[in-house]
Design a protein around this ligand. Sequence first.
Ligand code: SAH
Length: 258
Amino acid sequence: MDTNGWTHAEIRRRLALGAWGGVCALLILCVADLPAFADGEPAACDPSAMAEERERMVRRQIQDRGVSHPAVLDAMRQVPRHCFVPADRRAEAYRDHPLPIGLRQTISQPYIVAYMTELLDPKASHRVLEIGTGSGYHAAVVSKVVKEVYTVEILAPLAREAESRLRSLNMDNVHVRVGDGNEGWPEHAPFDSILVTAAAEEIPPALIRQLKPGGRMVVPVGAVQDVQRLTVLTQDAEGSVSIREVLPVRFVPLRKEP
Ligand code: SAH
């Protein structure tokens, strides 16, 4: 027994079951201080590999922590996360933490990808805007649940790499653009929902304008040196906005300029 009265086996079991999901969520995204791998074509990857690891990830990290949207769980089962991380990190792809993807950016923890997707209240007919393409993984997951995904990335090498990876996996309903996500993607607005995967000090007004009446936005809000608040913004049919904070999180910053 340790001082809390739990055996180490019990502690391990609780961690595995995700009883500490809220605490683990604090680990969501750390800034990776590792060399870039975003230097061209992604390495070849077998999408059918690591199916057991993927299934275990879905059960232990995602379902056991309360994500229950069937299409989201299916998407997490389908998308080969190991194809979205650098080749030398593939063995870690299904672990319960974020990973570096180059250029000091990270792919989010699997649980957070699933939870944020569920918070979007996605429907098969939806068109979704993502800000912060990164590896393309989150866009790929959302693309399995909705009709079209439009995703904006400020770092051109990451955007190009994500696009070629998504093409090679035949995920043709994801559209990638290089640009400043603070401006959204006006040519394709309005969107049923908007997903921001970098921390905004304030919710960009252009994104609120590009949301359909009745739509919702999921966005981490707060200064980068602080723990941020995962926030769900909903807009009613008349255009009034309400805000709910759901989880303390840690994301890389939403940059203000290229
Ligand atoms: N969704 C990604 C992870 C996002 S990490 C995935 O599934 O892998 C956050 C990403 O936001 C980084 O790639 C970063 O370059 C990008 N980013 C930061 N500021 C941005 C901005 N103003 N516009 C668009 N993308 C931005």
